[in-house]
Design a protein around this ligand. Structure first.
Ligand code: CA
Ligand code: CA
Length: 165
């Protein structure tokens, strides 16, 4: 997929900077294949709103194929970082639900060894790209700043994230 080319090929609401160095940074740091991988870290509540402000949402994998895709992509570009996706058990411990659709998670969640452990009340799901976790999931503190993955519905793809500059 020539996903990276598409960021220039949009009449998006959000403007991408024309500065070459910003564009270069943009392309390096973000992958757009219906999903953005962030370069900055934020807490879960903030970035949930942030994704939505871009017309997207935190990634909500609903098939095993998407689970595999996200794990693989995170391993490729994650650089050992941890990435929030849009799944949490904030409302009821152990009842995992999607942050945007608010539906229960029914797929098999690929938990990393020892997770979920609800350590200090960890309620938000991260994909861990460190070699030992290899794209598996952990529960993490929602208040801890992590990277994140936003996604689009394929129907309204083509919204590019804003870059100020
Ligand atoms: Ca929990
Ligand atoms: Ca944990």
């Amino acid at each position: 997929m020539e996903a990276n080319n598409r960021i220039y090929n949009t009449n998006n609401r959000l403007k991408i900077s024309d500065k070459p160095e910003v564009k270069e940074h943009f392309i390096k740091q973000w992958r757009i294949f219906l999903r953005w991988f962030s370069w900055c870290v934020c807490t879960f509540p903030f970035l949930k709103a942030l994704c939505q402000s871009f017309g997207s949402k935190l990634a909500e994998p609903v098939t095993q194929e998407e689970v595999v895709f996200l794990g693989r992509e995170t391993m490729q570009i994650g650089n050992n970082g941890d990435y929030f996706i849009g799944i949490h058990d904030i409302f009821l411990e152990g009842e995992w639900m999607y942050a945007y659709s608010r539906k229960p998670v029914t797929l098999t969640m690929p938990w990393a060894s020892g997770n979920p452990d609800n350590y200090h009340e960890e309620d938000c799901v991260e994909i861990d790209s460190s070699p030992q976790f290899h794209g598996m999931w952990g529960d993490a503190l929602c208040s801890y700043p992590l990277y994140y993955i936003c996604e689009y519905d394929s129907s309204d793809y083509i919204q590019a994230p804003a870059v100020i500059g």
